[in-house]
Design a protein around this ligand. Structure first.
Ligand SMILES: Nc1ncnc2c1ncn2[C@@H]1O[C@H](COP(=O)(O)OP(=O)(O)O)[C@@H](O)[C@H]1O
Ligand SMILES: [Mg+2]
Length: 614
């Protein structure tokens, strides 16, 4: 029998002697392979400035557990199966040893009749046992892999669902900072990364969860952020390909992309090297064990202290352990990337919006009186630049109020503030006397305010669904009557598929005027009390403008309307015209009053008149 103590002494001793040669041959190939594995890190993304405030370094096991908890049955099956497989992996070589003993006995006999009856009789028992173990091992491997896959997929869906739900509710300013393609890659790539590391998660957690250097994880996070930045550049260029082409910027966009890509490559390679070193060292230790077994076992064999079968068992067993441990070291890489990816995902989930949907007051009846009182505002991304300073304006119910002023004076900002896309810095905005900060933003946007801007966005679905976007529960009849009001019904029914016509990703298949009228129908179907028209007709040619204007006149009746217009001819009939300058209300009155005053409005009119004269 073998004494464990002597074995371990021998293992360490002989390991040290045989190290260099053995490692040189075996590890070179292995390290190459591992580095390959590491370099193909999926493109993921960055979050930079926004959530520096969030402590992010430590991946939170309890947090991950929340996503696994409801499938703990599968997880239990997975862990149990994994343990059984591990035990079998040690059991199998031992049984193979007894097969080897039979073999070597017959091989050593002089009249070795290998295929004699006696051979089969003696072989039957051990072989049968080995076969049984093989079958068991494959069954439990199946149970292990498949139940982990179930847990992984379910957890990934839950994480994605949570992530999307929190992203889509975030403040508008978040989307001012983050490139949309980067946000999307966090939703896809980072969760994917976590999922693929998840298969290795259980063993990694069990064996080396605490072992990981935070240095490597930090490095991995950096490289993921950089990869994401690169895909952000690509995503932006591709989704705006027309603009890129119109400026013949293909080449320079490629250069920008290449630069980000190179930076990502450098980081990834650095990470790869780090993981490679870690794996190389692990392999070194493991290979020493195998070598030690060989050397010392060989000695014992030659002095007839153990049988060939015994040595065989130990060799296979050590090699099995070596193999699985070196796989484990390979898992380090996956594991590091998986945990840093999930950290990035949690970072997004953890950002809390300041405008919280579905909370706040809902008014029973809306009159539509809106007042801006001493409003001060600057965009969170440009806090030094005060867009509004002590801005005052009252919108009278059922009347049309127009705002004009030079471009960049903050006209659209006023509309955004009314929609509560941003919260003001000081002052107040009230609807029927209630501060809009106390109102439910969802209710405000869904039922009170209709917003039409210069460049309406249609979704890549049917005209019917696009209009219904304004009121999901609307019937087909309601959709059509909204379209009629918006002067859109006729041209829609002229489409080959009528209301079922798919409009392109950006409504490419419909003209600007048609698109605008579909957008008007969409805003109208909510029957809003307040209508905001932000340069609704400025992008249109004269003919479409007339059609859209006619539609707008109809829908403006009996609503509080805020018209923002660049072309002053369209607002002359407004009940009240306000001029904004330097962040303040500079003038207010009717067209004729303001003309008499010969102030800013008068100057604006003259400028436009001169321009159209040329
Ligand atoms: N999302 C934003 N983030 C930061 N600054 C912005 C943003 N939108 C507009 N601004 C700035 O706010 C000012 C007012 O813009 P805007 O309200 O769009 O002007 P107008 O509609 O009158 O042309 C401008 O200086 C503009 O650069
Ligand atoms: Mg504007």
């Amino acid at each position: 029998s073998l004494k464990p103590k002597r074995w371990s002494v021998a293992v360490i001793g002989s390991g040290v002697i045989g190290v260099s040669y053995y490692v040189y041959h075996k590890n070179r190939a292995k390290c190459d392979l591992d580095v390959d594995e590491v370099v193909d890190i999926g493109d993921t993304l960055s979050l930079q400035s926004l959530n520096q405030s969030i402590e992010s370094e430590n991946f939170n096991l309890r947090r991950i557990w929340l996503y696994l908890r409801s499938d703990s049955m599968y997880l239990l099956i997975a862990i149990t199966s994994a343990l059984i497989v591990a035990i079998l992996n040690i059991e199998i070589p031992l049984s193979i040893g007894s097969v080897m003993d039979v073999l070597s006995r017959f091989a050593n006999e002089e009249n070795s009749s290998f295929w004699s009856n006696r051979f089969f009789v003696e072989m039957k028992g051990p072989a049968h046992r080995v076969f049984q173990l093989f079958v068991l091992q494959s069954l439990f491997t199946f149970a292990y892999i498949s139940s982990l896959a179930v847990v992984g997929e379910k957890a990934a869906s839950r994480i994605r669902s949570d992530l999307f739900a929190s992203i889509i509710r975030l403040d508008t300013s978040f989307f001012d900072i983050q490139k949309s393609s980067e946000i999307i890659s966090r939703l896809t790539n980072d969760v994917q990364e976590f999922k693929s590391s998840f298969k290795l998660f259980v063993p990694s957690m069990v064996f080396c969860g605490s072992f990981l250097g935070s240095y490597l994880r930090q490095m991995s996070k950096e490289s993921q952020a950089q990869s994401a930045k690169a895909s952000g550049v690509a995503g932006e260029a591709i989704s705006n390909v027309r603009t890129v082409k119109a400026f013949a910027m293909e080449e320079s966009q490629s250069i920008v992309y290449d630069r980000e890509l190179m930076a990502a490559e450098e980081l990834n390679i650095k990470l790869g090297l780090g993981i490679g070193v870690l794996q190389g060292l692990t392999n070194l230790g493991l290979n020493c064990i195998v070598l030690g077994t060989l050397v010392y076992g060989g000695k014992l064999l030659s002095s007839d202290e153990i049988s060939a079968g015994n040595l065989m068992s130990f060799l296979v067993a050590t090699q099995t352990i070596q193999k699985s441990l070196s796989q484990l070291s390979l898992m380090f890489g996956h594991f590091i990337r998986g945990t840093s990816a999930i950290t990035r995902v949690f970072e997004y989930i953890d950002i809390k919006p300041t405008v919280v949907l579905n909370t706040g007051v809902i008014l029973n009846k809306v009159v539509g009186e809106i007042e801006f009182r001493n409003v001060g505002f600057s965009y969170p991304t440009r806090s030094g630049h005060k867009v509004l300073k002590d801005f005052n304006l009252k919108l009278i119910p059922a009347k049309v109020t127009a705002i004009c002023g030079h471009s960049g004076e903050g006209k659209s900002t006023i509309a955004s503030l009314l929609e509560r896309f941003y919260d003001i810095d000081y002052g107040s905005i009230t609807l029927d006397g209630c501060d809009i900060k106390t109102l439910d933003p969802n209710w405000l946007r869904r039922h009170v305010i209709g917003f039409i801007n210069q460049e309406p966005i249609l979704f890549g679905t049917t005209v019917m669904e696009n209009i219904r976007f304004g009121k999901p529960e609307a019937t087909d009849e309601e959709v059509m009557s909204a379209a009629r009001l918006a002067n859109a019904h006729n041209f829609i029914t002229d489409f080959p598929d009528g209301y079922q016509t798919i409009v392109g990703e950006r409504g490419v298949t419909v003209s600007g005027g048609q698109k605008q009228r579909i957008a008007i129908a969409r805003a109208l179907i909510k029957n809003p009390n307040v209508l905001i028209l932000d340069e609704a007709t400025s992008a249109l040619d004269t003919e479409s403008e007339a059609l859209v204007q006619e539609a707008l006149e109809k829908v403006m009746k009996n609503r509080t309307v805020l018209v923002i217009a660049h072309r002053l001819s369209t607002i002359q009939n407004a009940d009240m015209i306000a001029v904004i300058s330097k962040g303040r209300l500079a003038e207010i009155g009717t067209h004729s009053q303001l003309i008499k005053e010969k102030g800013l409005y008068w100057n604006l009119i003259r400028q436009q008149f001169d321009a159209s004269d040329d």
